[in-house]
Ligand binder design. Structure first.
Ligand SMILES: [Zn+2]
Length: 298
């Protein structure tokens, strides 16, 4: 009987749902994963393994600074190019030059046992001078993964370091509550887990599942007024706020042109705003890091 029904060529209309189904299934199946060793303890990311000769010059500030800035005791740029180490066994889930206020960033994913339960954390290393591991690289505790940098000259050399209990954050801080629901206080987290029971079991974790979000990566006042520029489209030519132009240039979206005589007043305005910004940064850094809120016990 089925022979009586003439076979018709599939039309685009009937193929599209099928293709969508196949594509979404394939996409799900293709999320890369890796089997990683459970952490047998956590070390400090600089001054291996105890943070010797380094100090936190800026701490965890809820809603503001979601990690710690680590600096060499020698001060200035003396720590430029000094090694940064994996705090525990894990796998690289991000290794890119994100530019903006971040520069070279590495994110590692770790699994560890906590009172019988397997938990996951991501550790983030920012403003690096060099990245020596790539996406998917397995790392062991104490392995050198990069070096301390300045974010292309934007800051005095230091390591910006975070530990996240939410492993979906990537560089989209403002998409998630900026508090202890998503983050650990890094030095406290490490100090409480220096030695964990070694285990031979491995844990399968997703790798690089962050998506493409690039929202809200700027720090500091006044930057919220930045216009949204679609990538690949040239930014508007002058007249343009010189501060905006500098920020766009810093992010590779605008080519700085030599300033004309007419730019002089604008240049003074720019310096005024930049000085306000520098003052704000200095005040931030002068907060007593010892007054960080202490993370409550789980
Ligand atoms: Zn920082």
């Amino acid at each position: 009987m089925t022979n009586l029904v003439p076979r018709r060529p599939a039309t685009a209309g009937s193929l599209i749902p099928l293709l969508l189904l196949l594509f979404s299934g394939a996409a799900l199946a293709n999320i890369p994963t890796a089997e990683i060793r459970l952490a047998d303890g956590f070390d400090f990311p600089v001054g291996k393994p105890d943070g010797a000769n380094y100090y936190r010059f800026r701490g965890f500030i809820r809603g503001d600074h979601m990690g710690e800035d680590w600096n060499g005791l020698a001060g200035g740029n003396n720590d430029l190019g000094k090694p940064v180490y994996a705090v525990a066994h894990g796998v690289v889930v991000y290794s890119k030059d994100y530019r903006s206020n971040w520069g070279n960033v590495i994110i590692l994913r770790h699994a560890y046992r906590d009172k019988g339960t397997i938990r996951y954390v991501d550790s983030l290393y920012g403003h690096l001078n060099e990245r020596q591991v790539t996406l998917g690289t397995q790392v062991t505790r104490g392995q050198k993964i990069g070096t301390i940098g300045t974010n292309h000259g934007m800051y005095v050399a230091h390591l910006h370091f975070e530990i996240r209990k939410n492993i979906n954050i990537a560089l989209k801080h403002r998409d998630y509550a900026m508090d202890f629901s998503n983050y650990h206080r890094p030095a406290q987290f490490i100090a409480e887990r220096r030695v964990l029971m070694p285990e031979f079991s491995r844990q399968r974790v997703p790798v690089d599942c962050f998506g493409m979000g690039v929202k809200n990566v700027y720090e500091g006042p006044r930057l919220a007024s930045l216009p949204v520029l679609p990538f690949g489209q040239p930014p508007p030519r002058p007249p343009i706020n010189p501060v905006l132009r500098e920020i766009l240039a810093r992010n590779g979206l605008y080519e700085l042109a030599p300033q004309s005589e007419g730019d002089k007043a604008a240049s003074e305005e720019r310096n005024k705003i930049l000085n306000q910004w520098r003052t704000w940064r200095r005040q931030e850094m002068e907060r007593d890091v010892n007054n960080d809120p202490v993370e409550p016990k789980q």
